[in-house]
Design a protein around this ligand. Structure first.
Ligand code: TEU
Length: 536
């Protein structure tokens, strides 16, 4: 089979959450100059693209996912000149910058909304979604999705915070304004876009349809043609509601929509059935294997493309909920890395994952900054929940777990800032930090570095077929097939020893977090052991 190779299929992307990555001016908030100063570190890791969470002008109700000007930079993050410098320096290091595209909604302080709420007759009124009466749609950040606008006498829709009014994608002028803005950034040399909650733009509020609306794919095809279609860019949609069938609609090349999707089916396995994400349940390992394997086999090369990730800025640290951050922190972090990075799809690493950063021990709501958690707290308190019960949810899954400052070294505030950080540094920074990781050849960092290097060197890893192997429950083992070669990946996904049996014969070692087994007929696996070998 001849494969039409794309750079983004073999890329490894690193997500930077600017507020928490590196502060350069001592105000306690990370900034663009800080990111530029750390490009050398990212180059050492080996990543080839950065997904930059929003740095645009914003009142920061949702840390920048509420944008008031798409063509300017938030002063707290720096200036447009800083952004251009970051693009240039990154390019010189062979790193592309993927911008976050947040166009399901704007900030209520965006000029369009400021105009829109002037009066029903305002030319920008129809840029947003207004109704005389609200329906029962709810916001992801608690409460009704409708907010009454006193002066103009109607309700506007906000699927997130009330400072994030939803744009009306039915309006062709809105769509054109978004495409013009995207072209502004393409002309600046960005490497692509990560599209925030893109599956919501086809919503039909009166029919209570939010995700996967009827015109969603028409809009994305139109966007593709009006902007990045002819360019060699990476576009990834955040699509909570995607099945493999839906993922193909987004990413099959002939449909000319996006490069790939983020799907969250494995993330959902930790949520109680029919409950919001706040009630965490133990992971069913059987389902975990089935779900991840389904996404491997149901998107064959040419039919679509998937991404691979454990973490992002909205999720608890994966090793804190699925791994073991006690005695097996290092071993389980390496096991997760090996398990994921040898699958097919484009891997995304979230800042700090490569050194095994963990959840934060939030004890009191005063330690929490995220609007989603703060709103949940107020809502549940009013519903009669005990504060400790609400804190237990926030501690387990709250988004601030991912947003504590990056841990660079053992100096005060972990080298993140010379001032007071906007969110507390995790107390474990004395042991978990970049300087310590770089100094230890056996650290998690070097497992990631090796995995990234392997992906650059091996087509089997990028394009090979995938086959789940029958094993005992706690072992996750699969084969990759490519051009007559076979590669075996075995992970003991548990705190207990396990035995892996097979009739494979090892040919060449690829990567491991233990010594390589000579004999694959029976391998004694210690907790969280993981290895990959080419087999005959
Ligand atoms: O998130 C979309 C989303 O639905 C969830 O991930 C969200 O974080 C929440 O946990 C739902 O319970 C995207 C961004 O990634 C997130 O940071 C933004 O807050 C949100 O959209 C709004 O722009």
């Amino acid at each position: 089979m001849t494969i039409e190779r794309k750079w983004w299929q073999s890329a490894v992307v690193y997500q930077v959450y600017p507020r928490s990555f590196q502060d350069s001016d001592g105000d306690g908030i990370g900034d663009i100059k800080g990111i530029t100063s750390r490009l050398g570190y990212l180059k050492t890791l080996g990543i080839t693209a950065i997904w930059l969470s929003p740095v645009y002008a914003s009142p920061m109700d949702d840390n920048g996912y509420d944008i008031s000007d798409y063509e300017n930079i938030a002063a707290v993050f720096g200036s447009m000149a800083d952004m251009e410098e970051l693009l240039a320096q990154a390019k010189a290091q062979g790193i592309r910058i993927i911008m976050d595209l947040v166009v399901n909604h704007t900030s209520d302080e965006h000029a369009w909304f400021v105009e829109a709420r002037q009066s029903k007759a305002n030319p920008f009124r129809d840029y947003y979604i207004w109704r005389d009466q609200p329906n029962d749609l709810t916001s992801a950040f608690s409460g009704s999705a409708w907010e009454f606008d006193e002066p103009s006498g109607q309700y506007y829709l906000h699927l997130f915070s009330k400072k994030q009014p939803d744009l009306n994608w039915e309006n062709a002028q809105v769509r054109q304004a978004v495409y013009d803005m995207m072209n502004f950034w393409i002309d600046k040399g960005v490497g692509g876009f990560r599209m925030d909650v893109i599956d919501l733009i086809g919503k039909v509020p009166d029919a209570r349809i939010t995700g996967n609306g009827p015109k969603l794919h028409d809009y994305l095809h139109e966007m593709n043609q009006a902007t990045f279609g002819e360019r060699d860019l990476l576009t990834v949609g955040e699509t909570w509601g995607a099945t493999p069938e839906i993922a193909k609609q987004y990413s099959a090349p002939e449909r000319q929509e996006l490069s790939m999707v983020f799907q969250f089916e494995h993330v959902g396995l930790s949520h109680a059935p029919d409950a919001p994400k706040w009630d965490l349940i133990a992971l069913d390992k059987g389902k975990f294997k089935t779900v991840l394997s389904k996404w491997q086999t149901e998107l064959p090369v040419g039919a679509g493309w998937n991404s691979l990730f454990w973490n992002n800025h909205d999720l608890p640290r994966a090793i804190s909920i699925w791994g073991n951050t006690g005695s097996y922190r290092v071993q389980s972090a390496k096991a997760f890395a090996i398990l994921l990075h040898l699958m097919r799809g484009t891997p995304f690493i979230y800042q700090g994952e490569e050194i095994g950063m963990t959840n934060y021990d939030f004890e009191d709501i005063s330690q929490v900054a995220d609007i989603e958690s703060l709103n949940l707290y107020a809502e549940r308190l009013a519903q009669g929940y005990q504060p400790e019960a609400i804190m237990a949810s926030i501690r387990a899954v709250g988004r601030d777990n991912a947003r504590t400052p990056m841990q660079w070294d053992m100096t005060e505030q972990a080298g993140f800032t010379t001032g007071q950080p906007w969110l507390a540094v995790n107390e474990n920074y004395q042991t978990i930090n970049v300087a310590a990781a770089l100094a230890d050849k056996t650290s998690i960092f070097y497992t990631y570095q090796r995995l990234i290097a392997l992906r650059k060197q091996n087509d089997w890893l990028v394009y090979g077929d995938y086959q789940l192997l029958e094993t005992s429950e706690s072992i996750f083992a699969y084969l990759r097939h490519f051009e007559g070669q076979r590669y075996l990946v075995v992970v003991n996904f548990s705190d207990d020893p396990a035995i892996f049996k097979s009739d494979f014969v090892a040919e060449k070692e690829m990567i491991a977090n233990r010594s390589f087994p000579d004999d694959l007929s029976q391998v004694d696996l210690a907790p969280w052991d993981a290895f990959a070998v080419a087999v005959k």
